[in-house]
Ligand binder design. Structure first.
Ligand code: ADP
Ligand code: NI
Length: 206
């Protein structure tokens, strides 16, 4: 049996709109679309995509969440090997993990990570960034706050900069960090849309 949607939905009921159940669904849909071209084990891909943000330390206590996921997957008769693979994927996926230098890799990992990154860019990426900025009560933009490019996980997570800065800290970098050919192709249109959005934003600001 695969992971019950209601179980995931319930866990994601207290996150911001950018990390809610619909984010999980969009990531799964992106992942399935990428896998149609790139291949990979769909059970692993769909499960990892749906649960990937249940361990996000912005919203959850990661170690405890990982234990709950293991117990749940065991009860659904996922094999030890499947569980290990899924946990490796979801614990290695984040942008901050990549800043730290993460060593895990698999075809399924690449598909799910690209799927999550696609949802961080484009029109939805813009909506998600401002949702998270609102959740953290951050300004849209402040000309007095310089745009920094964080090099470490600590610097990235410590940032309290306005939301526009996040585009330069992370979102505009994602196109070149995509790991599958299909993901790269899908990122192109979304990246250009963000560039247009920023151009218009600064035009109106001035
Ligand atoms: P990852 O999970 O890859 O480490 P984050 O959890 O930091 O990345 O970010 C996930 C999403 O949350 C981002 O794509 C963005 O939508 C939103 N987000 C995170 N940090 C910020 C921020 N400082 N400003 C605006 N949005 C943010
Ligand atoms: Ni995510």
């Amino acid at each position: 049996m695969s992971i019950p949607e209601d179980w995931v939905k319930d866990k994601l009921s207290s996150t911001d709109a950018g990390h809610d159940w619909w984010h999980a669904v969009r990531v799964r849909n992106n992942a399935v679309k990428i896998a149609e071209k790139e291949g990979g084990n769909l059970k692993i891909i769909e499960t990892a995509a749906l649960i990937h943000d249940l361990i996000d330390d912005k919203f959850f206590e990661t170690d405890n969440a990982l234990k709950q996921i293991e117990v749940k997957l065991k009860s659904l008769s996922y094999s030890e090997e499947e569980i290990k693979h899924i946990i490796n994927i979801i614990t290695s996926m984040s942008f901050s993990k990549e800043l730290e230098g993460s060593s895990f890799d698999s075809p399924e990992f690449r598909v799910v990570q690209d799927a999550d990154r696609l949802d961080a860019i484009g029109a939805i990426g813009i909506a998600r960034a401002f949702s998270y900025g609102g959740h953290k009560k951050r300004a849209f933009y402040d000309p007095a706050v310089p745009i920094d490019e964080p090099v470490s996980k600590e610097q990235y997570r410590k940032s309290t900069a306005p939301t526009i800065n996040h585009f330069y800290e992370k979102l505009l970098k994602l196109r070149n960090m995509m790991k599958t050919t299909t993901g790269k192709e899908m990122a192109q249109e979304r990246h250009i849309f963000m560039e247009k959005f920023l151009e218009q934003f600064f035009k109106e600001w001035r």
